[in-house]
Design a protein around this ligand. Sequence first.
Ligand code: KIV
Ligand code: NA
Length: 265
Amino acid sequence: YKRITTKTLVDMKKKGEKISMLTAYDFTMAKIVDSAGIDVILVGDSASNVMAGHETTLPITLDQMIYHAASVVRAIERSLVVVDLPFGSYQSDPKEALRSAIRIMKESGGHAVKLEGGKEVKESIKRILNAGIPVMGHLGLTPQSIYKFGTYTVRAKEEEEAEKLIEDAILLEKTGCFAVVLEKVPAKLAQEVAERISIPVIGIGAGNGVDGQVLVTHDMLGMTHEFNPRFLRRYLDLYTEMKNAFSQYSTDVKSGDFPNDSEQY
Ligand code: KIV
Ligand code: NA
């Protein structure tokens, strides 16, 4: 695929091809992720945690999301760029949701938006779609509702919540979403959802029965240390690698080893 579109992703599901997705919040990282052939780059509101150091995703603003997204878009040649609508930018009413989505599309150049929830946000999704903006859904553990849940543990283990999740996934497909993220739900339930809807289901902590996977890039690179959920596979230990590089640099500066004769003018 030369350039990934929302239609590409739906076609990939039809063919049984898995979809790879990672987060990025800045130009340099996005360039590497895009060049590695990752299908979808998510400018996640996890930037609130990863970039800004907040405890939750709630504080990040629409302006800040647009800054991150615009930086990512400048780096992209192939990946589809999906941008999270942050907390407070779409929950009040559908008009506000549309205004926020339009700002993201106009000011960042992103290709689609993502928002959390099912039935509660149906009218907002419709409104955004009517303006020609593709929407990705997000169900299961939805971090913008963390104060309602109380914990970051696995969602929809009980029958009632599982039923609502299936209903919401079907509703998101009917409303016109091109894909849906399922976060931290039992693998069996996630697989059932993926089988019952024809749009791609991208999982994070949702097992292998779905149509694609997403991870937070800084977590899978091992740059973050304290966050250790079962679903996280670390491909590098960059925390250690980077720390060693920084401390070596410091040693070299202090010893007078850096810069040497060939490193000066
Ligand atoms: O903000 C984010 O990074 C996300 C993914 C974890 C799905 O929403
Ligand atoms: Na998010």
